[in-house]
Design a protein around this ligand. Structure first.
Ligand SMILES: Nc1ncnc2c1ncn2[C@@H]1O[C@H](COP(=O)(O)OP(=O)(O)OP(=O)(O)O)[C@@H](O)[C@H]1O
Ligand SMILES: [Mg+2]
Ligand SMILES: [Zn+2]
Length: 467
């Protein structure tokens, strides 16, 4: 056996390298490679007595030993693939302060109505955790708190209590005395998680791990653990906004396409089973620059409001500010508008923002963004109840997008009355929705702005020329 197998692991992306380098060859982050010692230090004792291995016919293995534990929140069950699987190891990652502990305390309270939950806090004192639980109305007698960092003690407690659910907040504070390195190092984080995985499987207790996303190269982030755990969920959201998305990026027990939607408030979190309604409820009626677009999150179509503000600026440096979309996408859309319908933004600041803290990453919202910018620039509100769907090509053509039918159904379900969609899309048309196919940006403009200002008239009046 080799004396030790030292490799280097990137704390950011989890990529492995044989040699140290200043820059990670996988994700190009700087100063993130950390020595990883996979060898147990001093006492190499086997953790558990070895049982003779016995193969058995696959068909004789029960398909699901024990049923999943359902949480009160459907949104949480959904991302987990239908509830908590006994013996599963679930990683919940997220930026500091996004609400990981809050979410898990709510989950703990829900499970604690039926049995014991062990909440291990390595980060906060018992008092702090209790105060949070009180604030969240989650102070269930079934929740046991253990303020502990030592993995041996933690494993012993899990084994001893055999809870319905164990939560470790966070994995970066846990140390296994059998390994070198301090808490949060790649070695500690990985080995601790691997040991918790074995324990979870052995005694059939589900374990949730919190993993902080950090930019600090000395602390290993959740990505280092992604291949070890069964399920990876990321909690996302702008801390200044209410909305939180819990996104599955890996799931051995369900679809990795799911998202759960939550709202974070002073008294804790709530699930948001119908996010489109919540988003639409806040839509400012008929304000120039406001447009409803459709965003596919996982397999769920969400209706999202985008807003633009175009302001004359003749004096200082031009600003292009994009909130919730990539600023390069905004530049592209502005370039297409300038070139194809000759609207100049050379003397204007342009701000676009996606309401509610959603991030739009798919091009299906391009056309909506373009119309929103024109609507504000020309001070013409969009008609009520209009949904705009389509990717914008560089020559101003409107391109088809995926899952159109699902998007249209969501629009109809929420009482929208009209939808602009890319021409040539083969999708069922839900009743109650007037669907208009558009081929180009110019066609979309004509279709979007209501009579009595007819499209041509609008374009003439607004000083637009169509090419
Ligand atoms: N006393 C309070 N009243 C209202 N809101 C609070 C209070 N304390 C915390 N919060 C909210 O909870 C958020 C932090 O939530 P939480 O502690 O669950 O996040 P976390 O992801 O676990 O953070 P960390 O990385 O620090 O562990 C804060 O950003 C704040 O919005
Ligand atoms: Mg926390
Ligand atoms: Zn990397």
């Amino acid at each position: 056996m080799p004396k030790s197998t030292i490799t280097f692991v990137c704390t950011e992306c989890g990529g492995e390298s044989l040699r140290w380098a200043g820059q990670c060859p996988h994700c190009r982050a700087w100063n993130t490679l950390q020595e990883y010692q996979a060898r147990r230090a001093a006492k190499d004792s086997r953790l558990h007595p070895v049982q003779p291995a016995r193969a058995m016919p696959l068909s004789e293995i029960a398909s699901e030993d024990s049923p999943r534990t359902k949480l009160a929140w459907g949104e949480l069950n959904r991302v987990l693939g239908g509830g908590v699987v006994p013996g599963s190891l679930v990683l919940i990652g997220g930026e500091p302060g996004v609400g990981k502990s809050t979410l898990l305390m709510h989950a703990a309270a829900q499970v604690a109505k039926r049995g014991k939950v062990l909440y291990v806090s390595g980060e906060e004192s018992g008092q702090q955790v209790r105060m949070r639980a009180e604030r969240l109305s989650a102070l269930e007698p079934g929740i046991l708190l253990l303020a502990e960092n030592d993995l041996d003690a933690i494993c012993e407690a899990i084994r001893g209590e055999a809870p319905l659910l164990a939560i470790i907040d966070s994995i970066q504070t846990v140390t296994d005395a059998g390994f070198e390195g301090s808490a949060g190092s790649v070695t500690q984080v990985r080995e601790s998680a691997a040991r918790l995985m074995r324990l979870a499987k052995e005694i059939n207790v589900p374990v949730f791990l919190v993993g902080h996303v950090t930019k600090d190269g000395s602390i290993a982030g959740p990505r280092v653990l992604e291949h070890i755990v069964d399920t990876v969920l990321y909690l996302e959201g702008d801390r200044r906004q209410e909305l939180r998305l819990l996104r599955a990026t890996k799931n051995r027990f369900g679809s990795a396409e799911e998202i759960g939607v939550f709202a974070m408030g002073e008294l804790g979190m709530e699930e948001v089973p119908d996010p489109s309604s919540a988003i639409l409820a806040g839509v400012a009626q008929a304000a120039p620059g406001t447009v409803i677009v459709s965003v596919l999150e996982g397999t769920r179509p969400l209706l999202v409001e985008v807003q633009s503000l175009v302001n004359k600026n003749e004096h200082s440096m031009l600003r292009r500010v994009a909130n919730g979309i990539d600023v390069n996408r905004l530049h592209m859309i502005l370039a297409v508008l300038e070139k194809r319908i000759q609207v100049s933004f050379a003397k204007s600041d342009v701000f676009v923002s996606v309401a509610g803290g959603i991030r739009i990453t798919e091009p299906a919202a391009d056309l909506g963004l373009a119309l929103s910018i024109i609507s504000n620039e020309k001070n013409r509100p969009m008609p009520d109840g209009l949904l705009v769907i389509g990717e914008l090509g560089l020559s101003g053509e409107v391109r088809r997008v995926g899952h159109l039918e699902r998007r249209l159904q969501e629009a109809a379900r929420h009482g929208l009355t009209r939808a602009l969609i890319p021409a040539g899309s083969r999708a069922g048309r839900p009743s109650g929705l007037d669907v208009v196919e558009v081929r180009t940006l110019a066609e979309a403009l004509s279709a979007a702005f209501p009579s009595p200002i007819q499209s041509g008239a609008f374009i003439k009046e607004a000083g637009l020329s169509v090419s």
